[in-house]
Design a protein around this ligand. Structure first.
Ligand SMILES: Cc1cc2nc3c(=O)[nH]c(=O)nc-3n(C[C@H](O)[C@H](O)[C@H](O)COP(=O)(O)O)c2cc1C
Length: 180
């Protein structure tokens, strides 16, 4: 797929076909995500793919602080990818002190870059996905059993699209840029 087609054509998808995603496809998507830049090449992003319907339903029912909109998406998604990051590396010096005034915020920054690369790579594979911001981090971490050295950055519902969403309006370039 052409770069512009990929960047402009990717949409957040919230309705999916009832088709399982092959693990070879998901592994390819993660492989492409691994090319993302990261703090001192620390590569702290990790991907936990949840396919078990009981766990997906438990997340939808109990871990979204009652946000039904996201629950409806998860209920019919074949998979939910938990993007986590290994803590204490991105943004840190070797002695454990912060490298910059942004403290540990580079951890989420790296996970965000990785999540966007993941989303674009998924689109390139014919998949659709949506990044979630609304969920109960503590509950999801407990239900899925996230390793102690990792924290949950986001959850990405993924599957073969069963909708073609229109592009939400974008701001003009003039609104976004200033030259000094
Ligand atoms: C950090 C972040 C959090 C988001 N949280 C949610 C969410 O909880 N539920 C949802 O349906 N979409 C969520 N979205 C998707 C946005 O609504 C979507 O990206 C935006 O409307 C632009 O649409 P597009 O992705 O199709 O370009 C989130 C996106 C980002 C980047």
């Amino acid at each position: 797929m052409d770069f512009l087609e990929c960047v402009k054509g990717r949409r957040s998808v919230r309705k999916f076909k009832d088709t399982k995603i092959g693990h070879d496809v998901l592994l390819r998507v993660v492989e492409y995500s691994s090319f993302s830049p990261s703090w001192k090449n620390s590569q702290t992003a990790r991907y936990i793919v949840v396919e078990d319907r009981d766990i997906l339903d438990k997340i939808a029912d109990d871990c979204l602080n009652g946000f039904v909109f996201n629950a409806n998406t998860i209920k019919q998604a074949p998979a939910l990818v938990l993007v986590t990051y290994v803590t204490g590396r991105s943004g840190y010096e070797k002695d454990g002190s912060f490298s910059t005034s942004k403290g540990d915020r580079w951890e989420m920054f790296d996970a965000g870059i990785a999540s966007q690369t993941f989303s674009l790579a998924a689109f390139n594979e014919g998949l659709g996905c949506v990044i979630f911001g609304i969920f109960n981090e503590e509950k999801v971490s407990e239900v899925v059993g996230i390793p102690k050295d990792q924290k949950l950055a986001t959850m990405i519902a993924i599957g073969y699209p069963d909708e073609e969403p229109a592009m939400p309006k974008r701001k003009s370039v003039e609104e976004l840029v200033e030259f000094r």
